[in-house]
Design a protein around this ligand. Structure first.
Ligand code: ACO
Length: 257
C-alpha cells in the first residue's frame, strides 16, 4: 500500500527498460510497427498473440503514447477513443468513436486500456469508468527509459523515453513520468501525479496525488509537493509545497491569485 493506494507491480510486463541502452534495438528494426488493418502494431515475432489494447484520448499525450507503444512492440492497438477527435485517425491509428464503443470493444476481446489524458482528475475518472467495464491497465515503460529493479510502478502509469526511476522509487497508479524526468531513489508519486519533461526529483521527494511538476523543474531532496499542487516550468522547489498551491520561480514561490 502507498498512502492508501494499491501498488500493483507488474513484473510480468516486458521491462526491457531496466537495461534499455543495452537491449533496445534500433528504432524501426526489431521493434518497429507492424500496422495491420486495425491500425494495431504488435510484433508477432515471439509467436504469441499480442494482447489488444484501446487508447482513450486522441490528443498530444496520445501521440506520445502511440510512439511509446510502437517502440515497445508488445501490444496490438485496436484504436483510439475520443469524444472530440481532430480527425478520423491519428498517426495512422483509427479513431473508433467515443466511449460508447467501449463495451463492444471489451466484448470483442480488447482487454487492456491506456488513458492518454493529461488532466489528472479526468485521467483518474476515465480509469474508473473503464475499470467498471472490465478493462485492465498495463504499466507502459518506454524501452529507452531506465527503471531500477527495486522501483515499483502501479497500473496505468506511463514512463516516457529517457526517464529514470531510481532505487526503491514507488510510482502510484495512472502517473505520467514524462520524457527525460529523473526520479531518484525513494521518490514517491501518489496516484495521478505527473512529472513533466526533464524534471528532476532527487532522493526522497514525495509528490501528492494529481500534482504536476512542470517541465524542467527541480526539487530539493526530501521535499513534499502536496496533492493537486502545480510546480511551474523551470522552478526550483526548496521547501514543501502546500496541497493545491501553484508555485513557480527560483526559488519557487506561490503565484498570486
Ligand atoms: C509533454 C508535455 O508537454 S508535458 C507538460 C507539462 N506541463 C508543464 O510543464 C506546464 C506547467 N505550467 C506552468 O508552468 C504554468 O505557467 C503555471 C501553472 C505555473 C502558471 O500558469 P497560469 O496560472 O496560467 O499563469 P499565467 O501564465 O497567467 O502567468 C501568471 C504569471 O506567472 C508568471 N509565470 C507563469 N509561469 C511561470 C514560471 N514557470 N516561472 C516563472 N513565472 C511564471 C507569468 O509570467 C505571469 O507573470 P505576470 O503576471 O508578471 O505577467
Amino acid at each position: 500500500m502507498l498512502g492508501g493506494i494499491r501498488l500493483e507491480v507488474r513484473r510480468d510486463f516486458p521491462f526491457a527498460a531496466r537495461h534499455a541502452s543495452r537491449s533496445a534495438p534500433p528504432r524501426g528494426v526489431a521493434q518497429g510497427p507492424n500496422i495491420g488493418p486495425s491500425g494495431g502494431f504488435a510484433n508477432a515475432g515471439d509467436g504469441g498473440m499480442a494482447e489488444r489494447l484501446v487508447m482513450l484520448g486522441a490528443g498530444g499525450h496520445g501521440r506520445a503514447l502511440i510512439e511509446l507503444l510502437r517502440d515497445l512492440g508488445t501490444y496490438d492497438l485496436a484504436g483510439l477513443v475520443d469524444a472530440a477527435p481532430k480527425g478520423p485517425a491519428m498517426l495512422g491509428v483509427p479513431v473508433l468513436g467515443d466511449e460508447a464503443v467501449l463495451p463492444g470493444l471489451r466484448a470483442g476481446g480488447v482487454g487492456l486500456a491506456c488513458i492518454a489524458i493529461g488532466d489528472p482528475a479526468a485521467r483518474l475518472a476515465a480509469a474508473a469508468r473503464l475499470a467498471a467495464l472490465g478493462f485492465r491497465f498495463p504499466v507502459l515503460v518506454h524501452p529507452a527509459a531506465v527503471r531500477a529493479g527495486s522501483a515499483e510502478v502501479a497500473e496505468g502509469t506511463v514512463v516516457l523515453p529517457r526517464a529514470v526511476l531510481g532505487a526503491a522509487a514507488r510510482i502510484g497508479r495512472f502517473c505520467i513520468v514524462n520524457t527525460g524526468a529523473i526520479l531518484e531513489h525513494d521518490v514517491v508519486l501518489e496516484e495521478g501525479a505527473h512529472c513533466g519533461p526533464g524534471s528532476v526529483l532527487p532522493g526522497g521527494v514525495r509528490v501528492g496525488a494529481r500534482a504536476l511538476v512542470g517541465a524542467g523543474a527541480a526539487c530539493r531532496p526530501y521535499v513534499t509537493i502536496g496533492a493537486g499542487a502545480v510546480v511551474g516550468v523551470g522552478a526550483a522547489v526548496t521547501e514543501d509545497v502546500a496541497p493545491g498551491a501553484v508555485v513557480a520561480g527560483v526559488p519557487a514561490r506561490p503565484l498570486p491569485g
